[in-house]
Design a protein around this ligand. Sequence first.
Ligand code: OGA
Ligand code: MN
Length: 283
Amino acid sequence: MPMVADVLPFKVSPLSGALGATIGGIDLSQYLDAATVAALRRAWLENVIVVFPGQTLTETDQERFCRNFGELEIVRSARAQDAGHPSIMLITNVRDTGKVTALENGEMYFHYDQCYYEVPADATILYAMEVPKEGGHTLFANCYTAYETLPGDVKRRIDGLKALNYYDYRRDPTVRPGTLNPDAPRWAHPVVRTHPETGRKALFINRLMTISIEGMDAVESGELLTFLFDHMEQARFIYEHKWTVGDLMMWDNRCSIHARTDFDPSQRRMMRRITVRGGAPVV
Ligand code: OGA
Ligand code: MN
């Protein structure tokens, strides 16, 4: 009898000690049967982020692949909507696409996607179409292990707390804002959420978007958040992805944060993004 792993129609290899795996030997432009999708889902849940190198995907191919993991989220910032493909957002500094773009340039602080909404995405799937010669890497941090390695007294202190997450598309889209725009979306979520599929707990806050802890004065909240951000962003929890054209990266947005390194704005960088709709975070 072959082992189950021997009959998987793809190969999984770890990316780093912190999190992540590469999945090879699979062409995502093709139809995937239910058993393959279930096995991919298991590999993704286990590794938190998975990258599929060497893919050639049209917009429709990427949409079809993403639908295997849930309903596609319509882009909620109207600024970045594409009428024909309402779930696609181009993360790019390329000006001649004829499409609306987002997060064009520069370094980006660690964050969870859409955590300023009541229902943040479960998954984000980013496809590299053009990459700069240097920089523009994406860093991913494992928020399960960040939570698990907290000292016991800190775990007890944050148990049951909620934090306010805020994001402004128009100003400061990549760095933490100094002052708040009253019209920008915001939502309070548990500081620690339990992943609905793995049952593991993860820290659900981030330096870019989490602005305060509910029910705490500003100084105490600021100090606690800074301690937690510094803890989460330690090298031991991080994998840094240097993109190659054709990489499709899928991250679990319930238990990982990501950030971007700076790059030369005169170099083209184009990534096509889709998010899969989630459920409201639970404690
Ligand atoms: C995103 C994002 C980072 C990058 O698409 O949500 O944060 O490297 N992208 O472009
Ligand atoms: Mn993001």
